[in-house]
Design a protein around this ligand. Structure first.
Ligand code: 5GP
Ligand code: MN
Length: 339
């Protein structure tokens, strides 16, 4: 983002505006943290701001300050669409293409509001007037911190904003351990703690609020784990029946894919989750080193993301999806064994 663009945005934000802030569908910690963090910031400038999430999000995110002010487009469709229609400005956070908002895509596309994109995914689409895209950033929350800093308002970051931004940096860096974690990430996190983010509390809310059934589902997933040692790959499947057996709730499978990657010598991990309601297999891919799961997912599974973390989907059955995966994999033998 250039200095000229920053100055233009400063001017836009100099008087109260109607603003809508949108995360991607199935929002994670970074999507909710960045949108609600930005919401608190805009409120300080007396804007009429609303976060509208395309659909519901997991209970381990429902404690964030401002949670009760978030609208869910799936449930409050009319109110949400009215707000989008009368918005002067729309911020889209933590995603790179409007279709990632699911049912909100059409109404967002139609809107005449000035759009500002803030995101760290690869290859952002060109739908926004202002694009702040940086794939080198750990998280969109880190970018919102930088954005507030560029606007000269770091002093306005209070404990609510700090808590939201800490949340997303923590979840997108796997608690500060993935390679996207830089010294600058730590400097920002230190400042957020100074400004009131309670690190132990936030970790507890996200990671230590499991239900018994969620742990049983994890046990089932680990039981289903398969390893292809010669291709340094591990994958997990979860069928709809298995999800039902353990009373699956949104968010219950978050992070499960990482267990595959925790195996010694494994550099590529996948999880295939059957969703009978949507009629798809939801896929999460993770890697270590230079093997790009973003490229892999774009090419074979209709998705994308980052080099080491991407998502995708398949319209085949669970079995056929896994077979497709296993069949493609040997083409990547060199890349996987080069790591
Ligand atoms: P997850 O596997 O946790 O759903 O997603 C991993 C990363 O890839 C996240 O940063 C997520 O936003 C991104 N991602 C997931 N699904 C898609 C997709 O279909 N397209 C793109 N471009 N990114 C995705
Ligand atoms: Mn993110």
């Amino acid at each position: 983002m250039t200095q000229t663009e920053i100055e233009k945005i400063k001017k836009l934000l100099a008087s109260p505006k109607n603003i809508v802030i949108v995360p991607h569908k199935n929002p994670d910690g970074d999507a909710m943290g960045s949108t609600v963090g930005l919401y608190h910031y805009l409120k300080q400038h007396n804007h009429d701001a609303t976060v509208i999430s395309p659909n519901d999000y997991p209970s381990f995110l429902k404690w964030i300050p401002g949670n009760n002010q978030v609208l869910i487009h799936d449930y409050q469709t009319e109110t949400s669409n009215d707000l989008i229609e009368k918005a002067d400005l729309i911020f889209t956070l933590d995603f790179n293409a409007l279709h990632r908002t699911g049912n909100m895509e059409a109404v967002l596309e139609k809107s005449k509001a000035i759009k500002i994109l803030i995101d760290h995914h690869q290859a952002p689409d060109n739908y926004a007037q202002y694009i702040y895209s940086d794939v080198g950033m750990s998280s969109t929350c880190q970018m919102v911190y930088q954005f507030i800093h560029m606007l000269g308002d770091t002093h306005l970051i209070d404990s609510n904003i700090a808590t939201c931004l800490y949340l997303g940096i923590m979840t997108d860096t796997g608690s500060f351990r993935f390679p996207c974690t830089t010294s600058n990430t730590h400097i920002i996190v230190a400042d957020l703690i100074e400004k009131g983010a309670n690190s132990a509390y936030i970790h507890n809310q996200v990671y230590d609020t499991n239900s018994y059934e969620r742990l049983q589902l994890l046990g089932c997933a680990l039981n289903n784990l398969k390893v292809i040692y010669e291709l340094r790959t591990a994958y997990i499947t979860l069928s709809q029946d298995e999800l039902n057996k353990y009373n699956f709730k949104k968010g219950d499978t978050e992070g499960v894919v990482n267990y595959g990657l925790s195996l010694e010598n494994i550099v590529f991990a996948a999880i295939f989750i059957e969703d009978k309601q949507e009629g798809i297999i939801k896929i999460s891919l993770r890697s270590k080193g230079n093997f790009s799961v973003n490229d892999f997912s774009r090419l074979h599974f209709n998705g994308g993301g980052h080099i080491n973390a991407a998502g995708g989907r398949s319209d085949l059955s669970l079995n056929d999806t896994v077979n497709k995966f296993i069949t493609i994999l040997p083409d990547y033998s060199n890349a996987l064994n080069d790591e």
